[in-house]
Design a binder for this molecule. Structure first.
Ligand SMILES: *Cc1c(COP(=O)(O)O)cnc(C)c1O
Length: 428
């Protein structure tokens, strides 16, 4: 049989750089041929060979109610019949903004955009406009989309400003971005002692999902809020991944923290291009047309995306949704941990709500350097072992995994049994 994935990958590479429209999809860090997906339903995706996989990628987070949920599809179909885009305000936009503000109390006003990158890029511009300051703090290993001032890696010395982590980003754009180690209260305190009153904002992933899954310590969470408050610095929770995922109210509801601004994406679009930023009314008032911080978008608040998002937000607020999602995700990480232990494979796993991390290490990582010490070769073996057995995880050791409401207890048990075989093979 010809492998359509291979054929399509070759065809794609001739016309699309690397054959993909987002780099991780190319399987660069795990090797092999990416699966070209033909369709998805519930907890499954099918590739172009008509092979079915249990899916733990969930489109990198949005598919929280399961792929192609009939109610979401119906909402999108209805919206589509009324026209695809108007470039004018709609009632649906108000409804979803009200819904977001109801779910996340720190969000008093909301602006809709089309991608997480746009949301974080604008939140930073807004924080700079509001404070009249240029400097920002981010943490190594946190991903906030691909805008210029956020594609930064740590400078050579501690507390020196960052260097571009991508070609094409002028050093001038990143020289205002200070990159600190995640979970380091000491570095945070030093940074604020040194230049606290010049720092416009601190942006972080409140649970990191872009260097695998990393939890913040309680003291780190507290220090962030205290220091930013003391210095009039805007605290931005980038909840593009964690929002409506780790809990209905996002990471901030679990931390008991009210950030000044929150960015959202992934789940709120239910699989359509929709993202948002919001927060304190006083800060949001600085955005145009009210204020002088500019932001705009031809497709912002797109009616189809809003329809998919509204229906998704409705479904996730039904009784027992998060209890069930959390229990299923926990069942998965506990089962995988037990299976690895039985086979003598060094392995640790963690989960928060419907998001999980798998580490080939003896502990859950605390920061980027710690994560980098985990065994990525072992991950590759595990990844391909699972994929060969029709179970798909994200194709990189640095990605978190996602469970949906369509993952039944039986399906999780099936996954654990498959992993048991893979671990057994790895132990040999
Ligand atoms: C995915 C992600 C982004 C970027 O969102 P896009 O929609 O891919 O632009 C930003 N921040 C975090 C935390 C993310 O996980």
């Amino acid at each position: 049989m010809t492998d359509r994935n291979e054929t399509l990958f070759a065809r794609a590479k001739a016309i699309i750089p690397g054959g993909v429209n987002s780099p991780v999809r190319a399987f660069g860090s795990v090797g092999g041929v990416p699966r070209f997906i033909k369709k998805a339903e519930g907890a499954y995706v099918w590739d172009e060979n008509d092979t079915r996989y249990i899916d733990y990628v969930g489109s990198w987070g949005p598919a929280i109610v399961g792929h192609a949920h009939p109610e979401v599809l119906e909402a999108v179909r209805k919206a589509a019949l009324g026209g695809l885009s108007f470039g004018a305000p709609t009632e649906g936009e108000i409804a979803i903004a009200e819904e977001i503000a109801k779910i996340i109390p720190s969000v008093e006003q909301v602006r809709l955009v089309s991608s997480g990158t746009e949301a974080t890029m604008t939140a930073i511009r807004l924080a700079r406009g509001y404070t009249g300051r240029d400097k920002i703090i981010k943490f190594e290993g946190c991903y906030h989309g691909h805008s210029d001032s956020l594609l930064v890696k740590a400078g050579s010395g501690l507390l020196t400003f960052g260097n571009p982590s991508s070609a094409g980003v002028p050093a001038d754009f990143t020289k205002h971005t200070l990159v600190l180690e995640y979970n380091s209260v000491t570095q945070l305190e030093e940074a604020f002692a040194q230049s606290g009153n010049d720092i416009a904002c601190v942006i972080l992933e409140p649970f990191v999902g872009n260097m695998n899954l990393v939890r913040p310590s309680e003291s780190f969470v507290k220090a962030l809020r205290t220091l930013t408050e003391q210095h009039g610095t805007v605290l931005i929770y980038d909840e593009v991944m964690t929002g409506f995922r780790v809990a209905l109210g996002g990471a901030q509801s679990l931390h008991g923290i009210k950030p000044d601004l929150t960015t959202m994406g992934k789940v709120i679009g239910g699989g359509m291009p929709l993202a948002a930023f919001g927060g304190k009314r006083e800060i949001m008032a600085c955005i145009s047309p009210l204020g002088d911080v500019y932001q705009a978008g031809t497709l912002s608040g797109n009616p189809l995306a809003v329809a998919a998002g509204l229906k998704t937000l409705e479904i996730i607020q039904r009784d027992g949704f998060y209890e069930n999602l959390t229990a299923r995700t926990r069942q998965l990480v506990q089962g995988l941990t037990a299976a690895a232990k039985e086979n003598g494979v060094q392995f640790t796993a963690d989960s928060i709500g419907g998001m999980f991390g798998l580490y080939f290490a003896d502990h859950a990582p605390q920061n980027y350097n710690d994560m980098a010490r985990s065994n990525t070769d072992t991950f590759k073996y595990f990844f391909h072992g699972m994929l060969d057995r029709n179970t798909a995880f994200g194709p990189s050791a640095y990605e978190a995994g996602f469970v949906s409401a369509a993952h039944t207890p039986e399906l999780i048990d099936e996954t654990i049994a498959i992993a048991h075989d893979v671990f057994q093979e790895m132990a040999k």
